[in-house]
Design a protein around this ligand. Structure first.
Ligand SMILES: Nc1ncnc2c1ncn2[C@@H]1O[C@H](COP(=O)(O)OP(=O)(O)OP(=O)(O)O)[C@@H](O)[C@H]1O
Length: 211
């Protein structure tokens, strides 16, 4: 990554809001996220954090304002595969194993250079559970299976809604570590959390949700 690349804006929101029955869910937001940066999305229960991430992921339409990706108006077909959303719904097929779920994801989006399904499942702490149907895993193991996508897929921007939920202390430390590795390699992440973030990869940005 060159110095010029590392300071370029990846994602920019200008007066961004989401409307439900013509009413804004949160006050208009302006923020920028550059390669190598982490942003913490902060706000009380119901303040619109999940709504924001779902909108950034393209799952909800932008209400008002503008989203820009790499300096241009965001077009979903241009950034497909570059933005990875991990929400409350984990996006795992319950009858398939972690291994099978990851193979499907890799088939759709490709893999990071050098990453393999077996290696990321070991790194995420699921050794011995690779071939177990997801429905037989614990809540924390399911979360780890979903998080394994972060290690496997080549996305640049991660949108993580409560990535620490259901994880034990080792899992929480693991998420913090993979966030640091991702941003150190020029990736970026928006993270909602009610407290577990401990990030040592530089000062995070703060996106504060207001009614
Ligand atoms: N599907 C829906 N239909 C109608 N209203 C919704 C829907 N989903 C969320 N809301 C409302 O939108 C507002 C924002 O919800 P959102 O889930 O984005 O908040 P949040 O900040 O993520 O909350 P939490 O911290 O509790 O996860 C809330 O007032 C909520 O009631």
């Amino acid at each position: 990554m060159t110095a010029a690349n590392s300071t370029a804006s990846l994602l920019e929101a200008r007066a961004l809001s989401f409307l439900r029955q013509d009413e804004p869910v949160f006050a208009p937001l302006d923020f920028q996220l550059r390669a190598g940066e982490l942003a913490l999305v902060e706000g009380d229960n119901g303040s619109g954090k999940t709504t924001l991430l779902r909108m950034l992921a393209g799952l909800l339409h932008v209400g008002e304002g503008e989203l820009r990706w790499r300096g241009e108006p965001l077009q979903r077909d241009r950034c497909a595969g570059e933005i990875l959303f991990l929400g409350h719904q984990l996006g795992l097929k319950a009858d398939l194993s972690p291994c099978e779920n990851l193979r499907i994801a890799a088939g759709l989006h490709g893999c990071r250079d050098g990453a393999s399904v077996a290696a990321v499942l070991a790194e995420i702490g699921l050794r011995g559970y690779e071939d177990e149907p997801v429905r037989r895993l614990s809540a924390g193991q399911k979360k780890r299976a979903a998080l394994a996508r972060l290690l496997l897929l080549p996305a640049t921007l991660w949108l993580l809604d409560e990535p620490y939920a259901n994880l034990d202390r080792i899992g929480i430390a693991l998420v913090n570590r993979i966030l640091e590795t991702h941003t150190a390699a020029g990736g970026a992440a928006l993270v909602t959390s009610h407290g577990a973030v401990s990030f040592h990869g530089g000062e995070p940005r703060h996106i504060r949700m207001h009614a």
